[in-house]
Design a binder for this molecule. Structure first.
Ligand SMILES: NC(=O)c1ccc[n+]([C@@H]2O[C@H](COP(=O)([O-])OP(=O)(O)OC[C@H]3O[C@@H](n4cnc5c(N)ncnc54)[C@H](OP(=O)(O)O)[C@@H]3O)[C@@H](O)[C@H]2O)c1
Length: 273
């Protein structure tokens, strides 16, 4: 199926690695021109090179989205690049529980996940409206529906992202610009992988080593992770490609009639309707 994305401009925040990088490459595969974003110049340039290899126009914009004024600056660069598709992907996670989390942890979760989405979207909205067609895609989490006891700040911030996506879709009624959210399950990205490595090391320290080499990236056993942390009816961890495919569909004109939804791409882990 031709997604009719050829020639459309896209910004993917946090596309210098992880899920965002795969979204950038997938959109490029569909003919999108892609503005790659991250903080690490070398990593962002490497992804831009992979995007350019698909024969589409690409540029890099750098900046820490939690720094004052940076989100707005990135959005203005996106406007000048001709972006019609905004993917608010960057969104750090951290482990905090109810008893030990401090105000600064809650602030960091919202400053990393909520405010960049608000600021980049707000600044880009006038030009999306002017195009008469556009997409705002946010990235939620399975933690939205099933808050994780060890990630309470992140879970709450991601719930806010879904809520904001719904209100934005309503706000944009009649403009040709839609807003939708993709909520990943447990996806094998570098940061997620690091977290499981740390857990495997802790587990090994406690004498429960689960450290056989696997097809993923090294000394963490995918089957053990699925069983311990991510039991789902599909029976595996997610891949960045699973998320990128969903984003590409929602970004496309094929999804013109899909608006204000949370699309859960989580292997069924959430278990709620
Ligand atoms: N992986 C999962 O299992 C999972 C599950 C549910 C939801 N999600 C969500 O999916 C999205 C992508 O996840 P991921 O696992 O690919 O994350 P990741 O590996 O941590 O993504 C890192 C990307 O985000 C950028 N980034 C992080 N903080 C930034 C900041 N303050 N300013 C600018 N860029 C920043 C990084 O840039 P540099 O490296 O250049 O600094 C890099 O491009 C996130 O919203 C995450 O919450 C992931």
């Amino acid at each position: 199926m031709d997604l009719r994305l050829a020639g459309r401009g896209a910004l993917v925040t946090g596309s210098s690695s992880g899920i965002g990088a795969t979204i950038a490459e997938t959109l490029a595969d569909e003919g999108c021109e892609v503005l790659v974003h991250g903080r690490n110049a070398g990593a962002a340039a490497a992804i831009a090179e992979r995007v350019a290899a698909r024969g589409v126009r690409t540029e890099v914009v750098l900046g820490d989205l939690t720094e004052p004024g940076v989100a707005e600056q990135i959005a203005l660069t996106a406007r000048d690049f001709g972006v019609q598709i905004l993917v608010n992907n960057a969104g750090p996670f951290a482990e905090h529980d109810w008893e030990s989390s401090r105000a600064s942890d809650w602030r960091a979760a919202f400053e990393g996940n909520v405010l960049p989405t608000v600021r980049v979207s707000q600044t880009l909205l006038p030009s999306l409206r002017a195009h008469g067609w556009g997409r705002v895609i946010t990235i939620g989490s399975r933690a939205v529906r099933t808050p994780l006891p060890n990630m309470v700040t992140y879970s709450a911030a991601k719930a806010a992202v879904v809520n904001m996506t719904t209100s934005l879709a309503r706000h944009l009624a009649g403009t040709g610009v839609t807003a939708n959210c993709v909520s990943p399950g447990v996806i094998v990205s570098p940061s997620m992988y690091r977290m499981f490595e740390e857990r495997a090391a802790d587990s090994a320290d406690e004498g429960n080593a689960a450290t056989a080499a696997t097809e993923t990236e090294g000394p963490v056993d995918e089957a053990d992770i699925v069983a311990a942390y991510a039991a789902n009816p599909t029976g595996r961890l997610g891949r960045p490609e699973d998320i990128a495919s969903a984003v590409a569909y929602l970004a496309s004109p094929r999804a013109d009639y899909v608006n204000g939804i949370e699309l859960r791409v989580d292997g069924g882990i959430t278990g709620t309707p």
